[in-house]
Design a protein around this ligand. Structure first.
Ligand code: MIG
Length: 854
């Protein structure tokens, strides 16, 4: 840790050119006392570059830099203090050049310029400085004039200008506020080093996952920067020095991508075009998950599952933590606790439950245990520099019987990934549905660093290196092995994997949860900006342990956390060993009722969430969004840590305070409707709403839509259920995609899905909802579709237009409506229109009378 601190502080060094003697003397003293601190050597002046494919190459005695064009909107900079940049290899980048580029290059003596269709990159040669500007030449992001790129030994770093009006977001799984400019522009220093941080504090850094990416916003315009380096990296956002944002790595190249906006959504789309997007999860994995450390024996697991159904609390998944294994050995079952896993899992399955089982990356060192024997034979374990297999204590060292150290697969070796993947066959054969990857920072016991020594060797896909380089992708590569293994073993089913550690691009393989949080209100509040920050770092499929892992929540805290958890794409309750019960019914009858309502709301919103997960897979936009992502022009959203958007339209302000009687919340500039009362609210201001324990304040933007279904007990009950499309008329026409498919296979990749656009528009005294553009070949089971249109007053006519013909629909009495008759009715400020869902283009038209059409 010592070394790291020194590196972070080194970012604060005065700029070159600042030669006041006292500072210099202090600096020298500092260097003598702290030899680990970097003495930065600037890159200095550069001669004119050489043209290379897609870019320019600069070289001087200090090092080499390339500036290349990935697409017209993405420019890559590579720098290392070497004469030849090494192998061009990345674990994160899935598509290195995800688009065309028509760049033009202009090399002068003093500067070079790269012009793409949308960017101008200006590179000054003496001293060497890079600046990214729009076509108007106004810099978007630029090296600081005083200090650009520099190095110290193997450490590389760049200093960029930071202005007071710059907001900075992202960095993956981080504590603290959403906006890393910090309180009163105090800034923040952040490190990337995957760490097992049990019961972490509100300011602990780093945590389990590393995403060296940020998104900056200035005057509503965004850009992004991704540092593609797996070593320990660090970012300083105006903390060490007010006007500087710097980042760098303890080894490897300073290899970063500048990603143009101007909309923050553009940045996210482009970043995920490079690093990949989330594949559609199986529908069941978007339901409610119940976990604890640990449910055992079998009778307890069955009891929990039965309680959900008896109490009519919806749930899809039950989890098996490490105690299902025999002596904490991965891929085994404790047969005393679980005598017949296939039978248990089949029974759970027929009750509508899926099961997720934990798999840690630490096979026990035990001759006769197949993963150990095979691993040795196949040379699958990481080694010490002397060539011996590296061993360390983790869970198997805590086994009651024959405790022993563990050995660790080298997931950076392709053959090892394949082997590890195949090891899952017996679990799947027994009927396990999903895999939970824990302890993959990697975490080990009994050493202060909590992880492997930095000199442990890894294959690194054929270019052997040490743990310092692989550490941050160890979990990511374990997930990759698991993902590829599950796809190979069960090619017709989408895998579900949950991971604790990950890296940029990890969304391709696993959902992520931020580890061992604590049952406190502060932790609960902190989980909102943390999950939002993960979402805008490319990781959309996230959720924190509901109720807090460590400790025991009060009934009120649990209920509030569950209510907020409705909007986490991954919704799971979890509890530490020995902690009090944390099932939705564990807190008395009143809470049980309210907790049931929260989970029911999740199930009602599943069509909406599924649609958003599909959108995430197409665009990189997370289902759970910070408000600035949709309202970048509205400074009122820049520091909002307490609200979220569930997709583009649905604003949620979960109650985050103990004993709250009211909730203050900010509505961005727009018109809004209270989701619960239908009341119209004007945005661009803070507003107050009264709350009870039942309340989940929610608002829908005018022009927005919400997709719902009736409550089901698990996702297996969804076929045939009414599809509810709620439309909130807006002054301007809007349209939203609605995506559906079979919810489990990969057939959607071959066009077996149903996608249609739902639009709303007003014309004179008519208002129309248009269902158009049927795409794809999947068709739902026969079911009604119900439009629910927010409406003041009485429409005179409600018609349905299909195939160019309009038919008036019959108006139903409340009684007829409740019997399920098709037609239309009015209720609570909504016009309800019900029809069989014929999956065809159509218009629902409302005509109002007595109004001047203008
Ligand atoms: O050393 O598997 O974060 O969710 O329940 C603790 C037991 C290991 C840490 C995980 C937690 C899990 C626990 N694990």
């Amino acid at each position: 840790m010592q070394e790291t601190t020194a590196h972070c502080e080194s970012a604060a060094y005065p700029r070159i050119g600042d030669k006041r003697p006292i500072i210099l003397a202090t600096l020298l003293l500092f260097l003598v006392l702290r030899p680990a601190a970097a003495q930065w050597q600037s890159l200095g002046d550069m001669p004119a570059p050489r043209r290379i494919e897609r870019g320019l190459l600069f070289r001087n005695a200090q090092g080499t830099v390339t500036v290349t064009v990935a697409t017209d909107d993405i420019v890559r900079v590579r720098f290392a203090p070497v004469q030849d940049l090494g192998r061009d290899h990345s674990y994160s980048i899935q598509v290195p050049n995800p688009g065309e580029s028509r760049a033009r290059f202009n090399v002068e003596d003093a500067f070079s310029e790269i012009a793409t269709e949308s960017l101008r990159v200006l590179i000054r040669h003496r001293p060497f400085r890079v600046s990214f500007a729009g076509l108007d030449g106004v810099p978007i992001d630029e090296d600081d004039p005083g200090m650009g790129m520099a190095f110290s030994g193997a450490t590389v770093r760049v200093w960029k200008r930071l202005r007071d009006e710059d907001q900075v977001y992202g960095f993956g799984e981080k504590t603290g506020g959403l906006n890393k400019r910090g309180n009163k522009l105090g800034g923040s220093s952040l490190a990337m080093w995957n760490s097992d941080t049990f019961a972490y504090g509100l300011g602990t850094d780093p945590l389990y996952a590393s995403v060296p990416f940020y998104l900056a916003l200035r005057g509503g315009q965004a850009y992004g920067v991704f540092l593609d380096n797996t070593h320990r990296t660090s970012f300083d956002v105006g903390r060490q020095s007010h006007g500087l944002l710097s980042f760098g790595a303890d080894g490897g190249e300073l290899d970063y991508y500048f990603i143009r906006g101007p909309h923050p959504k553009d940045v996210l789309r482009r970043f995920t075009a490079l690093t990949g997007r989330v594949p559609l999860p199986p529908l069941w994995a978007l339901g409610y998950h119940q976990c604890r450390y640990s449910y055992f024996p079998e009778s307890r697991v069955r009891e929990i599952a039965r309680a959900f159904r008896d109490k009519r609390i919806p749930a899809d998944v039950i989890w098996l933590d490490i105690d299902y294994q025999d002596g904490y050995r991965p891929f085994t079952w404790d047969r005393r606790r679980f005598p017949d896993p296939p039978k248990m899992l089949a029974d759970l399955e027929s009750a509508g439950f899926k099961t997720v089982a934990i798999v840690d990356p630490h096979p026990k060192k035990e001759p006769g245990y197949p993963p150990y024997d095979q691993g040795l034979a196949g040379d699958h374990f990481v080694k010490r520099p002397d060539g011996s297999v590296y061993e360390a204590d983790v869970w198997p060292s805590q086994a009651e019987k024959d405790p022993a150290p563990s050995v660790f697969p080298d997931f950076s070796r392709p053959a090892t990934r394949e082997w590890w993947g195949r090891l899952h066959a017996p679990l799947l054969d027994a009927g396990v549905d999903g895999i939970w990857n824990d302890m993959n920072e990697p975490a080990i016991f009994g050493v202060p660093s909590g992880t492997f020594p930095l000199d442990v060797r890894h294959d690194n896909e054929g270019a052997p290196t040490d743990h310092a380089e692989i550490h941050n992708v160890y979990g990511f590569l374990m997930n990759r092995a698991t993902w590829e293994g599950l796809v190979n073993l069960r090619p017709r089913e989408r895998p579900f994997i949950l991971t604790r550690a990950t890296f940029a691009g990890g969304q391709r393989y696993a959902a992520v949860w931020p580890g061992d949080n604590v049952s406190t209100w502060d932790h609960f509040r902190g989980s909102i900006p943390m999950l939002l920050g993960m979402g805008i770092s490319g990781l959309p499929y996230v959720g924190a342990d509901i109720g807090g892992f460590v400790g025991g929540p009060t009934p009120e805290l649990y209920t509030r956390w569950l209510q907020a958890g409705v909007f986490s794409p991954f919704m799971r309750t979890h509890a530490a060993k020995g902690s009090p019960d944390r099932e939705p019914w564990s807190f008395g009858e009143r809470h049980e009722e309210i907790n049931r309502r929260a989970i029911e709301l999740r199930y009602e919103l599943l069509p909406h969430l599924y649609n958003l997960m599909w959108e995430a897979g197409e665009t990189g936009l997370p289902p759970m969004r910070p408000l600035f992502l949709e309202h970048p022009e509205d400074p009122g959203t820049y520091d909002l840590d307490s609200e979220l958007l569930f997709g583009p339209d649905l604003l949620v302000a979960p109650v985050l305070d103990e004993g709250a009687k009211e909730r203050w919340l900010y509505l961005p500039k727009s018109d809004w409707y209270d989701f619960w009362t239908g009341r119209k609210e004007e945005g661009g201001k803070w507003t107050k709403t009264a709350v009870t324990l039942e309340s989940i304040p929610m608002f829908v933007r005018a022009g927005g839509m919400v997709f719902r279904q009736p409550v089901v007990q698990h996702t297996g009950e969804m076929p045939g259920k009414t599809l509810r499309v709620t439309v909130y008329p807006g002054a301007e026409p809007t349209a939203r995609w609605l995506y559906e498919d079979d919810g489990k296979s990969f057939d959607y990749q071959r066009g077996v899905y149903l996608r249609r656009s739902i639009g709303q528009l007003r014309q004179g005294d008519r208002f129309a909802v248009q269902v158009s553009q049927i795409q794809g070949t999947w068709r739902p089971a026969p079911r009604p579709i119900q439009f629910e249109i927010r409406w003041d007053g009485e429409p005179v006519k409600v018609g349905l237009m299909r195939n160019g013909e309009t038919a008036l629909l019959p108006r139903r009495t409340a009684e007829e409506w409740n019997q399920g008759m098709d037609g239309w009715t009015m209720a609570d400020g909504f016009v309800l229109v019900r029809q069989p869902d014929r999956v065809e283009e159509m218009w629902v038209i409302l005509e109002e009378g007595g109004r001047d059409t203008g």
